[in-house]
Design a protein around this ligand. Structure first.
Ligand code: PLP
Length: 421
């Protein structure tokens, strides 16, 4: 047989999945895998759900695709209303896209156009964290702080002012609160030096994802960044592509902290692996300003098509009907306990951190010094291969810029039961 023309990644051929149900997948040899990472933290309701399939089929039977400038789209309106309600109407306007990168890209462009419309065209820069991940398109990559992905494109991506966020595992400040105060002071100084009136927005994941191994922020830090944005006159964009739609036990992770963004990007769990759908949620006045200036100069062909939105709506309705957020909290506590037991048992489990059903495990060569394993040992890849051999899927990364080392995410479907945990 000819080799596959696909070039997603180097490495040996992968097994093919023949079918999946709930939190399990089976490959063609009959081997069973527990989906401990929801694919790419997307398949949040598990596999093979009849309710989602039925909603999609019903929409397919009516119409799969209509274009947003030609026809009203009832599933899109209903999904937008549902999302606005999930923010308790803090964010009142919705723009649909088909991926997380598109959601972040759209939020960046909306922020930029808002300031152009307001007569502040000098606000064209963004601030973001290193490490961070915001997507693979040039704008979203530009605000991403993840060296291996940035390197080939640094000269052509828009770029951003990269600042450090808090690191509660490795800091050497006297205590956590002094650490947060120092990080905020450094961030303020970096923005002062760059010119506060050149900044359009601060982009932030409220809980880190794959690039940081679920590194946590905290209430004081998020409140500090909100204040800094207000004083700087820039917008706060929260990237909830991974954390949104229940992953952390709240509909959106910011709701744990009571710090409200001006714009929010979400995707992954919204389509729950059944169909690509993402969204940008915005403060109403931002959108009104942009629309009054002639409209948002942006859009993607497939954005918010009826099938995508019917899928997203079915996902949210299923989560409400089944009280999935309660399950996330209960299973999250059990998962935390289990991972901490690993930490107690194995000296190479350095840190366990997370929220809801988003957990990161950092691997270290030495628990006392917290020294990472040498990069060439590829521990993050090794542990993923070993886990897969045992029938468990986890989501690995290594941060190469010296800030963190090997880690993996444990992010099972939000519907997992206690036995699965
Ligand atoms: N933002 C965050 C926080 C993510 O985790 C991801 C994907 O992993 C993205 C953006 C990009 O989303 P997508 O891969 O759907 O383009």
């Amino acid at each position: 047989m000819d080799p596959s023309p696909l070039f997603y990644q180097a490495g040996p051929a992968l097994p093919e999945i023949s079918h999946a149900q709930g939190v399990y997948l089976w490959d063609e040899t009959g081997k069973q895998y527990l989906d401990g990472c929801s694919g790419a933290i997307a398949c949040n309701l598990g596999h093979g759900r009849n309710d989602i399939r039925d909603a999609m089929l019903a929409q397919l039977d009516r119409v799969a695709f209509t274009y947003r400038t030609q026809f009203e789209n009832a599933p899109a309106v209903a999904l937008a209303q549902a999302l606005v309600a999930l923010t308790h109407h803090h964010l009142e306007k919705v723009f649909f896209v088909s991926s997380g990168s598109e959601a972040v890209e759209s939020a960046l462009k909306l922020a930029r156009q808002y300031f152009v419309a307001r007569g502040e065209p000098q606000r064209r820069r963004f601030v973001s964290l290193r490490p961070s991940y915001h997507g693979s398109t040039l704008g979203a990559l530009g605000v991403t702080g993840y060296e291996p992905l940035e390197a080939p494109f640094r000269d052509i991506a828009i770029g951003s002012l990269k600042v450090a966020g808090p690191d509660f595992y490795r800091h050497d400040d006297a205590d956590d609160s002094r650490h947060v105060a120092r990080v905020l002071a450094d961030t303020r100084a970096a923005i002062e030096a760059a010119g506060p009136d050149t900044i359009a927005a601060f982009v932030l994941e409220p809980v880190g994802g794959a690039s940081t191994g679920a590194r946590m922020l905290d209430q004081t830090y998020l409140e500090g960044i909100r204040t800094l944005c207000d004083e700087t006159g820039c917008l706060l964009i929260l990237d909830e592509v991974l954390t949104g739609i229940g992953r952390t036990g709240a509909w959106f992770a910011y709701q744990h902290y009571g710090v409200t963004p001006d714009l929010l990007a979400t995707a992954k769990g919204l389509g729950a692996g059944y169909y690509p759908v993402g969204a940008v949620l915005s403060r109403a006045d931002i959108v009104e300003t942009v629309m009054a200036s002639g409209g948002f100069q942006h859009g993607h062909t497939y954005a918010g098509n009826p099938l995508a939105c019917a899928t997203g709506l079915a996902v949210i309705e299923a989560m409400q009907r089944e009280r999935v957020l309660d399950n996330v909290s209960a299973r999250g506590r059990e998962l935390k306990e289990g991972l901490l037991a690993l930490k107690a048992r194995f000296p190479w489990v350095g840190d366990v951190r997370g929220l809801g059903l988003l957990w990161g495990v950092e691997l270290v060569a030495d628990a006392d010094s917290k020294a990472p394993f040498p990069a060439e040992q590829n521990r993050f890849a090794l542990i993923t291969v070993l886990a897969k051999e045992e029938g468990l899927l986890i989501y690995p990364r290594r941060t190469l810029d010296g800030v963190a080392g090997d880690h993996f995410l444990v992010t099972p479907p939000l519907t997992i039961d206690a036995a699965g945990i």
